[in-house]
Design a protein around this ligand. Structure first.
Ligand code: PLP
Length: 402
């Protein structure tokens, strides 16, 4: 029996067709282009080709043994039941301590911290907690691809602020150019994916002053806080007057090689924390209890280990960027994260063409810069969170093919 015969006529002739539609707020939300590169790499590998993998964004080292043991121990001790949806108290306490000492957030308390399913979830709940339909978010571009779609999923609008222009002309002046009465927030990512830019203390202060002058919220993404090679990492929420208007998001993915564990956290004051709590409760009801105990163990990692891994990344950065320069690429030395963002014109002016040529001819997988916004066009993203030998082999392959 057709549903149409039972339901009142609502003016549509085919009810089956109208029910099989996506919620309107998802119509303008895209899917990551990076997945397409990953699929092509898998095809190449399946057909027996070695691929020089510069497309990834995952640490090169395995999760440390004590972290794995902590997960197993938690399971053995039956720490397998519901935990408080905002996170186990011991983990929130350890995070609070870290925020005070390492991020200079002096007046942070345990109540300001919530544990999330990775940095991505922390960002998702932050945008949902802050944005109303039609509001605008200033995003320094090029930017980490999911951000624009997360903003759109909150029925808000991403507004792109070219990072290069902002650093050249001044952040406040450039932010002002893109600010309208609908502007509600600034997405502030340092160190940046994909460019490796690290905003200086002066730039953080300038952004903070701008946010205060225009009464804007700052959503600060510090996923790569432990990977700064030159300069310092400044948490914008640590600047005077900023804790109240900033939500800062973190992840265990990059610092502790825990991408697959899916755990991160956010720090915010009221009224935002109440919003974050509701959104975490109803989206996931918290993070897997055993994974939280593993994260607690990760928090005990000696700083010396974090620093020595940073040195390992620096070696990889220097090898890759100097190699690219020798091959005739134009590339600025990234100050943070684990990506280089050279110009693509050595291969092709169009970044998609350049990435396709590199993959087909040299079996070197990179991400076209345009994936990270119009401001990324004419660039390629090379991830260097891989082995030193793999970087050398990839550079050799590019040299032979071009
Ligand atoms: N923020 C940036 C800039 C990133 O590059 C990533 C991951 O690549 C994340 C946040 C979130 O990472 P995760 O969801 O693995 O914690």
């Amino acid at each position: 029996m057709s549903a149409g015969t039972l339901l009142p006529d609502n003016g549509t002739s085919n009810t089956a067709k109208t029910s099989a539609r996506l919620a309107k707020r998802l119509e303008h939300v895209g899917f990551s282009d990076i997945v397409k590169v990953r699929n092509r790499v898998m095809e190449l590998r399946a057909s027996g080709h070695a691929v020089h993998a510069f497309h990834g964004g995952e640490p090169f080292f395995p999760t440390a043994e004590p972290i794995k043991q902590a997960l197993i121990q938690a399971a053995v001790e039956d720490k397998t039941k519901y935990a408080p949806s905002s996170g186990i108290p011991a983990l929130r306490k350890a995070i609070t301590e870290k925020l005070r000492t390492r991020n200079q957030m002096q007046d942070v308390s345990v109540d300001d911290v919530i544990v999330t399913v990775g940095g991505a979830h922390a960002l998702w709940v932050s945008f949902q907690a802050v944005l109303d339909a039609g509001e605008e978010v200033l995003i320094f571009s090029p930017y980490w691809t999911p951000i624009a779609d997360m903003v759109r999923a909150a029925e808000a609008l991403p507004v792109f602020v070219p990072t290069e222009e902002a650093r050249r002309e001044g952040l406040a002046k450039t932010l002002a150019k893109y600010t309208t009465p609908a502007t509600r927030a600034i997405y502030y990512n340092t160190p940046q994916n994909p460019s490796g830019v690290v905003f200086s203390r002066t730039e953080a202060q300038e952004t903070a002053d701008f946010a205060q002058a225009h009464d804007l919220v700052v959503i600060a993404d510090e996923a790569y806080e432990d990977l700064v090679y030159e300069g310092e990492h400044v948490s914008i929420a640590s600047l005077p007057g900023m804790a109240e208007r900033t939500i800062t998001t973190y992840t265990f993915s990059k610092s502790y090689a825990m991408t697959g564990w899916r755990i991160g956290y956010a720090v915010a004051k009221e009224p935002f924390m109440t919003g974050l709590k509701k959104l975490v409760l109803y989206s996931t009801n918290g993070v897997t209890t055993m994974v939280q105990y593993a994260a607690l163990s990760a928090m005990e990692t000696p700083l010396a280990d974090l620093y020595s891994r940073r040195d390992e990344y620096r070696r990889r950065r220097d090898l890759l960027v100097n190699g690219l320069l020798e091959l005739g690429f134009e590339c600025t030395m990234p100050q943070g994260a684990f990506y280089a963002f050279p110009r693509s014109n050595r291969i092709h002016a169009d970044s998609r063409e350049a990435a396709a040529l590199l993959l087909d001819k040299a079996h070197a997988a990179t991400i076209p810069g345009v994936v990270f916004g119009a401001e990324g066009e004419g660039h390629l993203r090379f991830g260097y969170a891989t082995g030193l030998e793999e970087i050398s082999a990839g550079l050799k392959a590019i040299q032979s093919a071009f």
